[in-house]
Design a protein around this ligand. Structure first.
Ligand code: NAD
Length: 305
């Protein structure tokens, strides 16, 4: 039997590159489709075939495809605020073209959505049945609404074309290959701590996050790929910590003498964020195993080079 052929969109990005690596380890043939908007060629593991393409344009690939993992999309607030229209194009047209590819190839497709579809949640922890609380015209809406549209498109392809499509809602994930200046909390804190600079905490720092180490997340994503569940299924670490706690833990694991500096809150920044992962446990037999201290330590080690 020939090896499974898997298309990973966004395979040159943080999560996508780890997904490509895990698939290659399993013996799959991996095709990484990426526009390199926020990812880089160096991230793509050797052995994967690279196709430079913008998924917001019609996508055609020669040969059979068994599985599509759709991760292409700017994901850091710094990136999507810098390219709002492109983010909407990618989440909207991009998800459409990727679903079209899966339909033509008769492939299972898993679409990466996000906890941001819950917006600033009024229900806690967030279950998949919660519809969310999103400001449709706020600065973050380009990402949140693109992902919500992507989910609706995925459901429509399943209903109208019978495509074997599934949705995962990914909560904050961190790990090696995040860019030092991508604006997300963990790389920012680790960079600041290692440089002995003050760690910048937005607002009072009592807002909470749930942080999943990348290896755990990739395991969950691949479990979803191997199932035929439509989702949406939350994937994230249910251990909830305040941003201030994360700052102090980062200082501790890096042995830094940095202090914390409070800066202005970000508009529409969610106050609380924690996944209910009951469905992932039940359907996929999945749960995260890496504790925040351990994940931070291995990320900081990689970061320090
Ligand atoms: P990333 O920015 O590191 O990777 C995104 C990749 O997509 C990059 O390689 C980029 O070049 C590529 N890309 C962007 N627009 C494209 C386009 N139009 N055509 C082709 N390629 C394009 O981000 P990430 O953290 O790896 O996120 C990957 C996916 O997971 C995204 O869909 C994101 O929304 C989702 N997600 C991530 C997190 C997280 O914490 N990392 C949380 C929730 C959801």
């Amino acid at each position: 039997m020939s090896p499974e052929r898997v298309v990973v969109t966004g395979g040159a990005g943080f999560l996508g590159s780890h997904v490509c690596e895990a698939l290659l380890d399993e013996g799959a043939q991996v095709v990484c489709v990426d526009s390199f908007r926020t990812g880089s060629r160096e991230n793509v593991p050797p052995g994967a075939t690279v196709v430079a393409a913008d998924v917001a344009r019609p996508l055609d690939l020669l040969g059979p495809v068994d599985l599509v993992l759709h991760l292409a999309c700017p994901a850091s607030p710094a990136d999507y605020l810098r390219m709002p229209v492109d983010t909407l194009r990618t989440g909207g047209f991009g998800t459409y073209h990727v679903l079209e590819l899966a339909r033509r190839k008769d492939a299972r497709v898993v679409v990466a959505s996000t906890s941001e579809v819950y917006g600033d949640p009024e229900e806690h922890p967030q279950r998949e049945s919660y519809w969310g609380h999103v400001n449709p015209i706020g600065p973050r809406s380009v990402y949140d609404e693109a992902k919500r549209f992507g989910e609706a498109m995925t459901v429509a392809f399943r209903a109208e074309h019978g495509v074997d499509a599934g949705i995962v809602r990914i909560f904050n994930t961190y790990g090696p290959r995040m860019r030092a200046h991508d604006g997300r909390m963990i790389p920012t804190f680790v960079r600041q701590a290692l440089a002995g600079e003050a760690l910048t905490v937005h607002g009072d720092g009592l807002q909470t996050r749930s942080l999943c180490y990348v290896d755990d997340l990739v395991r969950g994503l691949l479990a979803m790929a191997r199932s035929d569940h439509p989702g949406p299924i939350n994937l994230g670490n249910p251990a909830e910590v305040t941003v201030l706690d994360v700052a102090h833990k980062t200082i501790e694991v890096t042995g830094s003498s940095s202090v914390v500096r409070h800066v202005e809150s970000m508009q529409d920044d969610p106050r609380r964020r924690r996944p209910d992962i009951g469905l992932a446990r039940e359907v996929l037999g999945w749960q995260p195993t890496v504790a925040l201290e351990d994940g931070l330590r291995s990320f900081a080690r990689e970061f320090a080079g």
